[in-house]
Design a protein around this ligand. Structure first.
Ligand code: AMP
Length: 171
């Protein structure tokens, strides 16, 4: 799968090597393999809901939730969720943003898996962890990604917070 991830240099700003997964997703057999391999590590774990990170996390999280029989909870950028939300501001590898979860999104769910496409500095995944921690009595079982950029420290950051991580490849 790794050879189908396209690297675009200096996108969206100078100095970033953008790992483009669209070239992987456009292969039907590889999309299927991707979903199967992202699901497999969590198949024997009790998971009630997947918190998925806008927007590229949604591409995998819906299919993984279907396979694991879990709920699908979108974590979204400002002004997207219509109900009352909890929110967290955070820094990205490039820029800063804010993420929201509906305050009632996890009412029926205890064991939560986080899904996104790529783990870089961990700022985005950490925002998901902090948002989930705003709810009472939740257990974050782990966080799954297609790509990990270990040199940027996100994996260590999550592991230090006792959040288990899994990724299919590293750059
Ligand atoms: P971070 O918060 O630094 O871990 O960044 C992770 C988020 O930013 C993910 O949702 C990615 O979609 C996006 N992202 C960060 N760095 C890259 C990169 N080099 N290539 C592609 N996407 C990236």
């Amino acid at each position: 799968m790794k050879e189908f991830v396209r690297t675009i240099v200096d996108y969206p700003i100078k100095g970033i090597q953008f790992r483009d997964i669209t070239t992987l997703l456009q292969k039907a057999d590889l999309y299927k393999q991707l979903i199967d391999e992202m699901t497999e590590p969590w198949a024997k774990t009790q998971i009630d809901a997947i918190v998925s990170i806008e927007a590229r996390g949604f591409i995998m999280a819906g299919a993984i939730a279907y396979k694991l029989d879990t709920a699908f909870i979108p974590m979204r950028k400002p002004d997207k969720l219509p109900g009352e939300t909890f929110k967290v501001k955070f820094d990205l590898e490039y820029g800063t943003t804010e993420m929201h979860l509906h305050k009632d999104a996890l009412d029926d769910h205890k064991n939560i898996l986080i899904i996104d496409d790529l783990l870089a500095t961990g700022g985005t995944a950490l925002a998901a962890v902090k948002l989930i921690q705003m709810f009472k009595n939740k257990n974050i079982v782990g966080a799954g990604f297609i790509i990990n950029l270990p040199n940027l420290g996100g994996e260590n950051l999550l592991n230090n917070m006792k959040v288990k991580t899994h990724s299919l490849m590293e750059f």
